[in-house]
Design a protein around this ligand. Structure first.
Ligand SMILES: Nc1nc2c(c(=O)[nH]1)N[C@H]1C(S)=C(S)[C@@H](COP(=O)(O)OP(=O)(O)OC[C@H]3O[C@@H](n4cnc5c(=O)[nH]c(N)nc54)[C@H](O)[C@@H]3O)O[C@H]1N2
Ligand SMILES: Nc1nc2c(c(=O)[nH]1)N[C@H]1C(S)=C(S)[C@@H](COP(=O)(O)OP(=O)(O)OC[C@H]3O[C@@H](n4cnc5c(=O)[nH]c(N)nc54)[C@H](O)[C@@H]3O)O[C@H]1N2
Ligand code: SF4
Ligand SMILES: [Mo]
Length: 754
């Protein structure tokens, strides 16, 4: 095989099932030597250090999926697919997309996806295809979860932040269950350490008694959807009892802004707010004191609040909590990560062309995509490229999403499997799996030592599928955007060594008349690399950019000299480190100098969100509509869920049916027991679902897992395990600022089956 391995045949790679991308070691075997037969955590991986949860051990269900796409497919008029060869596929896809561009404008070609939890290089290469087509609008899953947080954080702190849970003394998880969903390195080790240490406090805000809440010192079981009330109450107590970190704010914030926010928070009626979120005022007050009294407070908000009513307001109040307690810029608190790729931009750009929705970080809100297509507006999206994503399943209101995808002139899907989205495509282009090409981790948010992992492929793809880098290179070439006239001189320069190559690349590609928009493909075609790492070519471009932007941090990690020297040293280290490398070393003391707001200050006042807070406090509409006595959280992370990355339900060792969790009293009232079934109805749809009676739930709150309800060809015909949550969600239930969905708060009804 093609990657360095130990004498016992262990080869380094990474888990692809959540953003942590823990380093793994794999033994290949089976009849064809291509099965992932044994997997274990890789101790040499600098951030996961041998850690792995239960999910990756059966990754062979991904590598050997029965619904793998192995040849390019073209849809026939009757809806069935025929296999075509790559030359035909590339020629026809390029011609169809070029026709859309020439008739309606490149901005009517929409791009969705670009990377899942473990594969991020497709999005980088797709930039070249998009630019060659003049496509401007795009989106990804981030625009249905994180854009609210990014947007407020960008305005307040100049960047998204992450927190240092390893060194905090107080940890707060807000609508986040890291025991299962992770998102921080070695999550369970860190959580257990927090729980075991009497000097440290673990606080969890979650309506459900989650696995993380079980470990917590303080579990605030809010009523679903009332986090804004809780945060307002916590902040109000901190202000009322004068627990704010005045010294920190004097040095870092604008005094008038502090006073404005303090005045706004004095208006909160703490007792009333606690009543709204169903919590005992004394407990909330005590929690506020613990948060404000922390030596170092680390916090994390996630989908429980980000996919819920008032999500952007909660993100704002959460940021106020971070700033008023001075929880930024010292060990154990928040920091601004150094990344090789800026995927967490909160900059607000041009509105979406049809709906006029706010675009954050260049991403159109997922919940308006169908509206951007199903209209006769001249600038509606006419064509779409979907890559490494499954929007027909993962976005709100699947029936309407299917209708929208079906209304496109051209839908091209680049995927490894015949996903729900691929089934609607005009062309399906089969991709190599993440073990058949080089791939990389972009969600590198550690601090101070930040890790980048380029993993070599474990095996060549079988005949048929191609790495996305190759697919995009062929598309860009078929569009006539670049070719040998550019490649040949760069290949010639490369024979004189990498420095000569970079000099030629800078002169021909990055200097005017620039070809920088095609740089990923040009690098892929011309930079000599070992076969097993070929798709890593674009990383050289990222290293060059990082050396210019973060020279000091690269230098501390040992990559010194001119930006070009540092970038080449870093790139060599990445290629030579099959288990990942520390590419940047940050410095807490520098964190103050690095706040990238225009005036270098932290900003507490966002007038639109202070207004939203005031409106929220005035709102006395009854929270409950008797037509819908239940709140459904649609899409919970559980032990064996990983979005739709593994489609084979046999992968899942627990909770095979993906049951609806229901409180014992609610189950008793319905006359249903674990394993029984009920009818679950929302404004959008109605389905029959298996029940798991669980005293971790509150009365009136039910939850469905994420990523289930996939059609899969089983050994004896098609199988579907569980239900697809977005058959039940509505796209208009969304945040007024950034359009993020309220998937965790779907009004619902349960009925006993006849
Ligand atoms: N096992 C597994 N891990 C994953 C993934 C996966 O599919 N499976 N997916 C990854 C991805 S893409 C993401 S974005 C992350 C998401 O990670 P999380 O956000 O942790 O995942 P969820 O389970 O969707 O939601 C978290 C919690 O929100 C709670 N919640 C529901 N309603 C409310 C509410 O009103 N208020 C509060 N405070 N909490 C509420 C739920 O009870 C749940 O425990 O997980 C990542 N990790
Ligand atoms: N109701 C509800 N909906 C949700 C959520 C929820 O909590 N509730 N959670 C949301 C969240 S946070 C997220 S992140 C999204 C995730 O949803 P999406 O971003 O749509 O991602 P996945 O479902 O993981 O789909 C990944 C696709 O990539 C394919 N794939 C795997 N490997 C490769 C590869 O190497 N190359 C290519 N080209 N394709 C590959 C898989 O076959 C699959 O079709 O779901 C969201 N949807
Ligand atoms: S924490 Fe995430 S990346 Fe690590 S082994 Fe588990 S699923 Fe894989
Ligand atoms: Mo996500």
């Amino acid at each position: 095989m093609t990657t360095p391995s130990t004498p016992e045949g262990w080869s380094p790679t990474a888990c692809i099932l959540c953003e942590c991308n823990c380093g793994l070691e794999v033994q290949l075997g089976g009849d064809d030597g291509r099965h992932l037969v044994k997997l274990r955590g890789d101790r040499r991986h600098p951030s996961s250090q041998g850690y792995a949860c239960e999910k990756p051990h059966r990754l062979d269900h991904y590598q050997h999926a029965r619904d793998r796409v192995t040849r390019p497919l073209r849809r026939r008029p009757d809806g069935t697919f025929e296999e075509i060869d790559w030359d035909t596929a590339i020629r026809e896809v390029a011609a169809r997309l070029a026709a859309v561009r020439d008739t309606h404008g490149g901005d009517t070609i929409f791009y969705y996806g670009g990377g899942g939890q473990g594969n991020h290089l497709p999005g980088a290469y797709a930039t070249a295809t998009r630019r060659a087509l003049g496509s401007r609008h795009r989106s990804s899953a981030l625009a249905q979860e994180k854009t609210g947080e990014f947007w407020v954080s960008d305005r307040m702190m100049g960047s998204a932040t992450r927190a240092d849970f390893e060194h905090c003394d107080v940890a707060l998880f807000l609508g986040k269950n890291p025991w299962h969903s992770h998102s921080i390195a070695r999550a369970r080790v860190t959580l257990k350490e927090l729980a075991a240490d009497p000097a440290r406090t673990l606080i969890v805000v979650d309506p459900r008694r989650t696995e993380t809440a079980e470990l917590a010192d303080i579990h605030l079981a809010v009523k679903p959807g009332t986090d804004a009330w809780l945060l307002a109450a916590l902040l109000a107590v901190i202000v009322e009892e004068d627990l704010i970190d005045r010294a920190f704010l004097a040095a870092r914030a604008v005094p008038a802004e502090v006073e404005t926010v303090v005045a706004a928070l004095r208006a909160v009626d703490v007792a009333a707010a606690c009543a709204r979120c169903g919590l005992d005022e004394a407990v909330v007050r005590r929690t506020a004191r613990v948060l404000a009294g922390a030596r170092a407070l680390a916090t994390f908000e996630d989908l429980g609040v980000q996919m819920n009513k008032g999500s952007t307001l909660v993100s704002y109040l959460h940021r106020l909590l971070i700033l008023l307690t001075g929880s930024f810029g010292k060990p154990g608190t928040h920091f601004i990560p150094t990344t090789l790729v800026d995927i967490a931009s909160g900059a607000s750009g041009k509105a979406s062309p049809v709906v006029g929705a706010r675009v954050v970080g260049g991403l159109v809100p997922c919940n308006v995509i169908a509206d951007e297509i199903l209209t006769d507006h001249p600038k509606r999206y006419r064509a779409m490229i979907v890559e490494a994503a499954n929007p027909a399943h993962s976005l709100a209101d699947s029936p309407r999403m299917r209708e929208a995808l079906g209304a496109l002139d051209t839908l091209v899907v680049i995927d490894v499997a015949m996903s729900e989205t691929a089934r609607l495509a005009h062309y399906v282009l089969p991709a190599a799996t993440q073990f058949e090409k080089a791939e990389a981790t972009f969600f590198n948010f550690e601090f101070p030592r930040n890790v980048f992992h380029l993993r070599a492929r474990l095996m060549a793809p079988p005949p048929g599928p191609l790495p996305e880098a190759e697919i995009h290179a062929r598309l860009v070439e078929a569009l006539g955007a670049v070719g040998e006239e550019v490649y040949a001189p760069l290949r010639a320069a490369a024979t004189a060594g990498r420095e000569a190559y970079v000099a030629a690349f800078m002169a021909r590609v990055m200097a005017p008349p620039t070809l920088s928009h095609l740089a990923p493909v040009i690098l892929y075609r011309t930079l000599p690399l070992p076969e097993a790492q070929r798709e890593g070519a674009v990383v050289l471009g990222l290293a060059l950019r990082a050396a210019m932007a973060h020279g000091g941090q690269l230098a501390r990690a040992g990559f010194t000299g001119t930006p070009m020297q540092a970038a080449l040293a870093l790139f060599d280290a990445i290629l030579a480190s099959p288990s990942g490398v520390v590419f940047a070393v940050g410095d807490w003391a520098e964190m103050s100098a690095r706040v990238p707001t225009p005036d270098g200050k932290l900003h507490l006042v966002l007038p639109d969100l202070l207004e939203a807070l005031a409106a929220h406090l005035r709102d006395d509409a009854p929270a409950d509509d008797p037509t819908w006595p239940f709140v459904l959280s649609a899409g919970e992370r559980r032990s064996f869920t990983a979005n739709t990355i593994i489609r084979d339900p046999a992968w899942r060792k627990k909770d095979a049916g993906g049951a609806l969790r229901v409180h014992p009293d609610d189950a008793a009232a319905l006359g249903v027991a674990t394993g029984g079934a009920v009818r679950l109805t929302t404004r959008r749809g109605s389905i029959v679902v298996e029940v798991e009676v669980s005293d971790t739930m509150q009365r009136g709150h039910v939850s469905l897992p994420n990523g289930l309800g996939l059609g899969y060809p089983g050994e004896h015909g098609a199988v579907t395990a569980g239900v697809a949550p977005n058959e039940l969600t509505s796209s208009d239930a969304r945040d007024p600022f950034v359009g993020t969905p309220w998937h965790k708060h779907v009004p619902a009804r349960l009925e006993r089956l006849a």
